[in-house]
Design a protein around this ligand. Structure first.
Ligand code: SF4
Ligand code: SF4
Length: 120
């Protein structure tokens, strides 16, 4: 995954070093980020004609069950965000150019879910 770094100033990093920090392990995409999709994301997808994205989110009916995503329809486990892909040796976002704001704003090492996180 290639994530933008809104917290780079706090971390004393420039854009390129912040991007380099990310190991593209995809662990942050196992959280329930889709649950935090905002109206601005929905409006952008409507402007862009991305009914495919809206349809996936609507039909997945996913919710966070403490440590994993689960389908509200049939109890099926989700193994991360439906837009998470694996490319050779790293994860990638299949809707990277128009991913939700919550994903754009997530900074490596900013949360315990990231292997780069260190307790202060
Ligand atoms: S939309 Fe993309 S960046 Fe956001 S959680 Fe899903 S795969 Fe990760
Ligand atoms: S969990 Fe951290 S290292 Fe892994 S993809 Fe996300 S930001 Fe990058």
């Amino acid at each position: 995954m290639n994530i933008s770094c809104s917290a780079k100033k706090n971390m004393g990093l420039n854009n390129s070093s912040c991007e380099e920090l990310c190991r593209r392990c995809g662990k942050c995409c196992l959280a329930d980020f889709i649950a935090y999709v905002r109206d601005e994301d929905i409006l952008r997808w409507e402007r862009e004609g991305r009914i495919d994205i809206k349809s996936v989110i609507k039909n997945e009916h996913a919710f966070w069950a403490g440590d994993h995503l689960i389908s509200a329809d049939n109890g099926r486990y989700f193994h991360g965000c439906p837009f998470l892909m694996w490319e050779e040796d790293h994860s990638a976002c299949s809707i990277y150019e128009t991913r939700p704001a919550v994903c754009r704003n997530f900074a490596p090492a900013s949360s315990e879910i990231c292997p780069l996180w260190k307790p202060h």
